[in-house]
Design a protein around this ligand. Sequence first.
Ligand code: NAP
Length: 287
Amino acid sequence: MSEKNPITAKTKVLCLIGYPIEHSMSPIMHNAALKELNLDFIYLTFSINPKRLNLAVKGIKAFNILGFNVTMPFKQTIMKYLDEIEPFAKKIASVNTVKNNKGYLIGRNTDGVAAMKALSDVGYKIAGKNVLILGAGGASRAITYIIAQNANKIVIVNRTEKKAIKLANELKKNFCIQIEGKRYSNKVVKNEIGESNLLINATSIGLYPNIQSTPISQEHLHKDLFVYDLIYNPLETRLLKEAREAGCNVLGGLDMLVNQGALAFEWWTGKIPNKHLMKTQIIHHIE
Ligand code: NAP
C-alpha cells in the first residue's frame, strides 16, 4: 500500500479462496484498480485446505470480509455454505463470486458472461455457429449454457465421457439446438472439427506449468476455425500459437479473467474499475 492508500483500521477486505492459490493474478488486478479509484479496500488471497472450507466461511463472516472470489476446487462445494445462490449459478452448479451482505452470503457465477463478453468484444458472433468445446467442468458448463441460447450446434467432448453426456442432456432440456456429448479422443476431434466454426478449450491442458501440452494436434486446425483458449497463463498457449500459425483467428483467456474480475469489483464496491489497467498489470506480471 502506498502513502496515498494506507491500510487503516477502516480498510475493508476482499479476497479469493482456492487451493492452491499461489499463481492467481486476481490480487494484482484488483489492488491496482482499487488503488486507482482511491477505494479503502484490500484484496487478499487465502489458500484453504479443502477439509477446512466450512471454517473458512465462518471466518469470512466473523471478519466481515465484504466479498470474495472462489476458484478451484471450491466452485461447487462453496454452494452449501451460502445463504442465497442466484438462478444462473444454481443452474450451472458453480459459484465464482460471493457478496457478504452483513453476514448473508449471496453466490453468483460470472464466468459465462465474462467469457462471452470477451468474445463479443473482438467482434465474434455466436449466432448460427457450430461450436466444439473441450471439457465439461465448471467453465464449460458456464459457457455452454450461454452459447446454447443462439448457436446452431454444440459438441462437448470430455475425458470423462459421462460428464460430457450429462451436460449435453441438461442443455437439451433447456435449448432447442443440436447438442452432443462425447468422449475426448483424437478421432472424435478429427471428425467434429471439420464442420466446427468455433473451438473452445475449457480444459486445463496447456495451463502453466504444463505449457508444452496441447489438446489438439495442429494438423486438425483449419483456417476457418476461431480458436478460444480459456487459459490465461501462459498468455499464448501452445494451442493458440499453433492455431495462429494455421491461419485461425484466436483469443486467450486473459480478457475473460479481467471481465469476471471487473464484474465482481463492481458488485462489491459499486464502482466501475479500469479494465485496461487490470489487464496491463497482469500482462506485466506474467511477462
Ligand atoms: P474444472 O471444473 O476442474 O474442469 C477441468 C476440465 O479439464 C475437465 O473437463 C477435465 O476433464 C479436463 N481435463 C483436465 N485435465 C485433463 C487432461 N489431462 N486431459 C483431458 N482433459 C483434462 O476446471 P474449470 O474451472 O472448468 O477450468 C477449466 C479451464 O478453464 C482451466 O484451464 C482454467 O484455467 C480455465 N478458466 C479460465 C478462466 C478465466 O478467467 N480465463 C476462468 C475459469 C476457468 P475430466 O472431467 O475428465 O476431469
